[in-house]
Design a protein around this ligand. Sequence first.
Ligand code: GUN
Ligand code: ZN
Length: 438
Amino acid sequence: MKAYRAALLSFDPESGAPCYWSDGLLVTGPGEGGPAAPRVVRALGPFHELVRCYPGLSVEQWPDHLIAPGFIDLHVHYPQLDVIGSPADGLLPWLERHTFPQEARFADPVHAAEVAGFFLDELDRHGVTTALTFCTSHPQSVDALLGTAQPRGLRLIAGKCLQDRHCPAGVRDATEQSLLDTEALIGRWHGVGRLGYAITPRFAPSCSDAQLRGAGEIAARHPGVWIQSHVAENLDELAWVRALYPADRSYLSVYARFGLLRERAVYAHCLHVDEADRALLRESGSAAAVCPTSNFFLGSGCFDFERADRAGLRYGLASDVGGGTSFSPFRTMLAAYEAGRASFTGGGSAKVGVSLAPSRLWWRHTAGAARALGLDGVVGNLVPGAEADFVLLDPRATPLLARRTAQASDLEELLFALIVLGDERAVARTVKAGSLVD
Ligand code: GUN
Ligand code: ZN
């Protein structure tokens, strides 16, 4: 068993309310399923009470640090590492000018493996222990990423992009072959250690009916496999979808018609949706990945947190690198807060933003994101039996952060200071349940 002493943050598994011990103990041990199984949380609670239950326990001391669940990035593109910070007049020109040319480079497995290694290092540096990521349309881009990820012990879900139309030759795939490749990649990677596969239609405009139909059929045959795509991000994109699918009630309905809304389906953005779409998401068990740094960078709009909450949507936070501008969960949580403040509600001319609580933002990037993935109680939280993914955070990592956190009078203030002023320098260590070296 391995144990860690520090301040400790987890969440109530039902309500998501924060649980906090200023002097806590986290006890981890081997999981069931042999030496290769991920380590799990055995117990957590106040140090002085809990340590008595484990005589002889060796405890790593992390004074003045905070243990918190590892972050979950609910939507990211590993091949867009070199697209970060590429300006364009909105989503569609950005895809054409910057994204597709970079993604075309992933036909080369050597390039893919180099980017994969850098990408996984970035996740680690930023405290991200689970991610749902796009690859490119080249199957070798999936092999490069998952092959590199497997020995590192994080939980990674990835998929080959399906895009057989409306994109350049270097990234366009062939309908039949793309579906055969998807089946083969599921067989090769899904459930291997902590890895998972996601069926990945890029977005409705880039997929033919035959490709979407095939993707839906594969999804029905493999209910444990994830689905990831984009929906309702940008107004030009919306108009394009309306022209391509005039008979469908909404953009989201296109995916519903092809059997692509279900548990374990995660749709990035969901900005320009209506109440019927929200009901469709909720009733199908699908989830939204909210990508605020990307939405600000591309000028796409702001997610409506209030309406999403009222509709009972499942959603979590995501970087959406490279539309997104940062791998940092702190940057993403801050942008989500700012998007809440900027949102117009009530339908009138008055601007009435919402103020999302720091602990709620944090939950949306950990346990709430796990719920969106259908991995409640498995990752994203520190509860007995969960996989032992966590970060050791240093609230004194920079002079300003130290100054501000020293004046925090309660947990919400402490978390808010970290959200606003924290970055990867505050991530002293990232512990992944599947890693053999921690
Ligand atoms: N819609 C289709 N593809 C993409 C992508 O790569 N990034 C974003 N943000 N939106 C998309
Ligand atoms: Zn995306």
